[in-house]
Ligand binder design. Structure first.
Ligand code: NAD
Length: 261
């Protein structure tokens, strides 16, 4: 593999499983030192030794719930101190809660927003604060979703949170463009990860999900990781404020695949 990130330092939130794990492994393969974040130390302990070793120094783990301000401040303090700075932030942590909207509890609604919106805001703020001070021309990639634009009935908090990400990315991109800081999003479609156990582990549901995707299959975590690394890399040096949909065609109004006349 190439070494686009040799000597670079990357923080990945929610990096211990699913898409975040694939992103952490991909950055390490390409030479970056990775600070992996997650809530559970045992899961980070398990992943850390599986990351390819890099010359610049060891990878580190940062246990923190990204919805908690003090925990995020501590995690980024540790990262900037132990990695002696940071070049790339990946905001990947995200959750969803299913409930009919008419009986959605305030607690469940706020829980999703606290991770998917507030968590992204806190990690990004803590990184921007330091980059503005030290002049780093860094790159940020947020993990959004096709539900940034496709409605998701029964998942109101998730819909709201991913819709918000689109404008947060565009706002940060504009606010920090003159400093050389780039901010973009990836928006995955249906990807095989633990968040989707409900249909991944049920052959009937798996088939139903596959059939409504134009490419007729869900995506794999690596198929999100690679475009994420591209956006974070110097190969995307003039790209900012964009959301890249990675969805096998899901956002193409799939119903129109059959000629409607
Ligand atoms: P996942 O549930 O496998 O992984 C989510 C990760 O985030 C886990 O490691 C989890 O521990 C971590 N996390 C959750 N809450 C956290 C918190 N408060 N603090 C720190 N870490 C926390 O799911 P995934 O599919 O890998 O999802 C990753 C991202 O991709 C999410 O933002 C999700 O919305 C987005 N996404 C996934 C899909 C998909 O089909 N899998 C589609 C679109 C978008």
């Amino acid at each position: 593999s190439t070494q686009r990130f040799a000597g670079k330092r990357v923080f990945v939130s929610g990096g211990s499983q699913g898409i975040g794990e694939a992103i952490s492994l991909a950055f390490a393969r390409e030479g970056a030192r990775v600070a992996i974040n997650g809530r559970k130390k045992d899961k980070l302990d398990e992943l850390l030794p599986r990351l390819p070793k890099v010359e610049a120094g060891p990878h580190i783990e940062c246990v923190a719930d990204v919805s908690q301000e003090n925990a995020v401040i501590e995690a980024l303090d540790k990262t900037f101190r132990e990695l002696n700075g940071l070049d790339v932030l990946i905001c990947n942590a995200g959750i969803q809660v299913q409930s009919p909207s008419e009986s959605l509890s305030l607690a469940d609604f706020e829980k999703v927003l606290s991770v998917n919106v507030t968590g992204v805001m806190l990690c990004t703020r803590e990184v921007l604060r330091r980059w503005v001070k030290d002049g780093t021309k860094g790159s940020i990639v947020i993990n959004s979703s096709v539900h940034q634009i496709i409605p998701k009935p029964g998942f109101l908090g998730y819909s709201a949170s991913k819709g918000a990400i689109g404008n947060m990315v565009r706002t940060w991109a504009l606010e920090y463009a003159s400093r050389g800081i780039r901010v973009n999003a990836v928006a995955p479609g249906a990807i095989v990860t633990p968040i989707n156990d409900a249909w991944v582990k049920d052959p009937k549901k798996y088939k139903a999900v596959s059939e409504h995707i134009p490419m007729r299959r869900p995506g794999e975590s690596d198929e999100i990781a690679e475009p994420t690394l591209f956006l974070a890399s110097d190969q995307a040096s003039y790209v900012t404020g964009q959301t890249l949909y990675i969805d096998g065609g899901m956002t193409l109004y799939a119903d129109f695949e059959k000629n409607w006349t």
